[in-house]
Design a protein around this ligand. Sequence first.
Ligand SMILES: *[C@@H]1O[C@H](CO)[C@@H](O)[C@H](O)[C@H]1NC(C)=O
Ligand SMILES: *[C@@H]1O[C@H](CO)[C@@H](O)[C@H](O)[C@H]1NC(C)=O
Ligand SMILES: *[C@@H]1O[C@H](CO)[C@@H](O)[C@H](O)[C@H]1NC(C)=O
Ligand SMILES: *[C@@H]1O[C@H](CO)[C@@H](O)[C@H](O)[C@H]1NC(C)=O
Ligand SMILES: *[C@@H]1O[C@H](CO)[C@@H](O)[C@H](O)[C@H]1NC(C)=O
Length: 669
Amino acid sequence: MRMEKARGLGLLVQLLFMLAECSLHNGGISDTSQELSHAARVLLQVRGRQVVMSNGLVTVTISNPAGMVTGIQYNGISNVLETANKEDNRGYWDFYWGRLRTNNTFDKQSSLAFKLLGRKMNVIVQNDNQVEISFVTSWNGAGFPLNVDRRYIMLQGSSGFYSYAICEHSEQMPEVNIYQARIVFKLQENKFDYMAISDKRQRVMPTPTDRRNAQPLDYPEAVLFTRPGNPSLKGEVDDKYQYSCDNKDNQVHGWISNNPIVGFWMITPSNEFRTGGPLKQDLTSHVGPTVLSMFVSTHYAGENMGMKFRNGEQWRKVFGPVFVYLNSASNNQKSSLWHDAKSQMAKETASWPYNFPQSPDFLHANQRGSVSGRLLVHDGGRNLMSAASASVGLAPPGNAGSWQYENKGYQFWTQADAKGNFVIKGIRPGSYNLFAWVPKIIGDYQYGPPIIVTSGSNIRLGNLVYEPPRTGPTVWEIGIADRVAAEFFVPDPNPALENHLYDRFDKFRQYGLWNRYAELYPREDLIYTVGVSNYSRDWFFAHVTRHDGNGNYTATTWKILFDVKAVNRAGNYTLRVALASANDAELQVRINDQSGPPNFSTGLIGKDNAIARHGIHGLYRLYSIAIPGFQIYEGRNTIFLTQSRGSGPFKGLMYDYIRLETTWMDRID
Ligand SMILES: *[C@@H]1O[C@H](CO)[C@@H](O)[C@H](O)[C@H]1NC(C)=O
Ligand SMILES: *[C@@H]1O[C@H](CO)[C@@H](O)[C@H](O)[C@H]1NC(C)=O
Ligand SMILES: *[C@@H]1O[C@H](CO)[C@@H](O)[C@H](O)[C@H]1NC(C)=O
Ligand SMILES: *[C@@H]1O[C@H](CO)[C@@H](O)[C@H](O)[C@H]1NC(C)=O
Ligand SMILES: *[C@@H]1O[C@H](CO)[C@@H](O)[C@H](O)[C@H]1NC(C)=O
């Protein structure tokens, strides 16, 4: 009853705003270019259970004091959000959290979803150029143990709005695990049917009804369409994880409505507030039509990526702002909308850190510092090389590579130029370590001393040298040291289980590739002969279990065969094994003797689930295994790689790169 009343009021408010817009702005906005000089001033109306922000381009209705986005009016569409959904299921922030049990455990499986529900609305700023409003959710001694101040901002002449949140765990709050934090928008089902994530990853999408009528596959997220509304989708597979993206590439994605042709885009202008660094993967947009910006998640990393607050830990962090951008094009071309969304993304990125958010917790450019330097690589031998295109970043202090597990602080990354020069700007004051990894070079660089960034500081580190692990020249190598398994053999999917978007690129995003292994290697496991085999054809991209056809998945052992002419008996050999992913797996390595205990084992590792989630990588790991020279034979040698944990299709590994090194004394000059 109350809901009905609120809806009625919402319509009235919308009507009033439509009238206001007509008088302010003669003629609709039909082009993607907006001229600021003509822009209408920003209006804010607070009417009982509704707050409405409008700037003549976009009108956003937010429930008061809950703070849910219930309506977005744009370009003749009275609400781009799904009006068939309840008001709390259209545009919201939510958190998944695990409560501390009496037996001192947290269980991710039974984590609770909490949609942020404001208790009080505050107007932070209201003038012709900007409106910023705040919805506060405070811990009240029970329930979700964080205080969250959620903000919405509308600027003059800006075709969209911003949202960010200041989150706090204070000393008095109970211990908690937080597995997910995100902002979600659900668009009108019968309008938005085309999704775009990158230049190539764009397609006409199925509907939620299609999914409900579809055949479930090995897990609930993956379905096969048997009778979709759009017959051309028949026989295709859908899974939201097929639309995941590395953080570094996850800057703009969204949907286009068919009538009128209107785009709805999620623009994430910075990675600084995301967890796990630039290579952490996450969801983007998917069937719904749903649009997400993920701030915290365990996807492609595992439960350890959840934020864990213990012993009255004091914590404060700003997530966002992210920008919800709407556009239309006079030529009605979807491609124009996508290109415009990308150029808007470039503008947002260029103006980061924003100068307009009002929370003192969001630091503006003059409150931040910068760090610059040049990274070189000394990979054995005498020569120093430039760390061309290295990824260089600051993250909270930790060991080399710890940034990929880091989940409570801020990270600031950049890419070095061809000479290894880097400049990281806009760093929030604090204590960090500088980390890096370099294309085609193994391992993780860490600059030893902590780096203390202060407001306005400009720290010049000069020349830094990364000495990657190496004991001698390469005897042989398999793959490219680039933290992904993309260079290896990725099979075609079962033709009955395809997503046609990935017929010609990103084949690893297809469903069910784990079952192709036993089809390709029906009798004997993979054997790779150095000097004869070609890793792009002969090295399966994932070391998976073998499906026996009866529902059993068994462990597999791959072999690397190689010949050595003159063995360096007095010296040592080193096997470097870089993994791109591990899930419930154990890698055992045996040298020239398949029976008996392994010479090396990783033990049980990994929960990144990249095999099931169609990632070409999860988390990076590097192992170095010493082999005394007397263990290597003159002539043919075999290295046995066993992934020893069977029993399920998703237990396995992905290799990034494997190399056998000898010692320098073995070098023939
Ligand atoms: C803790 O209690 C929950 C039920 O509240 C139970 O499911 C779980 O198995 C228990 N964990 C341990 C380690 O005893
Ligand atoms: C390995 O195979 C790929 C794909 O078939 C091919 O492009 C490449 O040239 C091969 N490399 C060598 C060294 O033969
Ligand atoms: C599955 O594997 C287990 C252990 O290897 C074996 O005991 C069992 O008989 C197998 N089941 C089938 C149906 O093959
Ligand atoms: C080989 O490894 C052993 C054990 O780590 C070490 O004692 C020895 O010095 C190494 N030999 C060479 C030549 O590096
Ligand atoms: C590797 O294992 C074999 C067989 O157990 C053993 O003979 C050999 O000494 C081991 N080598 C190393 C380096 O541990």
